[in-house]
Design a protein around this ligand. Structure first.
Ligand code: NAP
Length: 251
């Protein structure tokens, strides 16, 4: 690996690292040399073991990001146990599906609180630390619905469109302070989050027909973009939303 992608000596927080995209990104960052704090409500037992097998340090930090209560503790524990904090990946997220006319306030609030409110306040807490140290890398996980409207997922679309705006706002405020804030917009990736779509024969077929790459993405397809945005290779990349979508947006 060339040194510009080397993450040796860096510590990263990855939220939702027990499964899916968060797990794949945690493993990719560790393979590039980083130590990882896996943050979530379900312990990332398998992820921590796999990172240890790579010869890197990994810890679990228990946190339910449905509220912002755990934010301060996440930052404190990471710095205390890993000796620093250089990378934040805001990956934890949920989705609720219903027709817009039937959509409930509970489904609105749950998704906005987890996918947008907690992301902002974790960025804020980590950003304060990164600004003080003069460098840092923040990667928010966006979506195709950062660019498109979607259907039957109003709070999810609002949250992921919000992630796009928030990523640019934070980049504007923090770029000159040495903190890069960018986002990755995954296309259709085979995880728990998309299990309902994969199981729906018609939706599955119409999605596949539109993907130029001709296949659903695997969570591991996100690893390269994450390492790029976490490393010095992206030092002059600010407020960018990097689609990793098999060409979906090009159609
Ligand atoms: P996933 O397999 O369902 O994983 C979601 C992760 O978020 C899990 O680790 C989950 O933990 C965690 N999480 C959810 N609510 C949480 C809470 N209140 N507190 C702490 N952690 C919480 O889905 P995924 O596909 O990997 O999704 C990861 C991210 O990618 C999400 O932001 C999603 O919106 C985004 N994304 C996914 C796709 C796709 O095609 N899959 C496309 C675009 C964007 P638990 O296991 O404990 O629930």
């Amino acid at each position: 690996m060339t040194t510009m992608f080397d993450l040796t000596g860096k510590s990263a927080i990855v939220t939702g690292a027990n499964t899916g995209i968060g797990q794949a990104i945690a493993l990719a960052l560790a393979a590039a040399g980083a130590d990882i704090a896996c943050v979530g409500r379900t312990p990332a037992v398998e992820t921590v073991a796999q990172i240890a097998a790579l010869g890197r340090r990994a810890i679990n930090i228990a946190a339910d990001l449905a509220t912002i209560a755990p934010v301060g503790d996440i930052v404190d524990q990471t710095i205390e146990k890993l000796g620093g904090l250089h990378i934040l990946v805001n990956n934890a997220g949920i989705i609720r599906r219903a027709d817009a006319v039937d959509f409930t306030e509970a489904d609105w609030d749950a998704v906005i609180d987890t996918n947008l409110k907690s992301v902002f306040f974790l960025c804020q807490a980590v950003g304060r630390h990164m600004i003080a140290q003069g460098h840092g890398k923040i990667i928010n996980i966006a979506s195709m619905l950062t660019f498109q409207g979607g259907i039957r997922v109003p709070s999810y679309t609002a949250s992921k469109s919000g992630i796009g705006g928030l990523t640019k706002l934070l980049a504007n405020e923090w770029a000159a302070k040495g903190v890069n804030v960018n986002a990755i917009a995954p296309g259709y990736i085979a995880t728990n989050n998309t299990a309902a779509l994969q199981a729906d024969e018609n939706r599955n077929r119409s999605i596949l027909e539109r993907i130029p790459a001709g296949r659903w993405g695997a969570a591991s397809d996100l690893g390269g973009a994450a390492v790029f945005l976490a490393s010095s290779a992206s030092d002059y990349v600010q407020g960018h939303i990097l689609a990793v979508d098999g060409g979906w947006l090009a159609r």
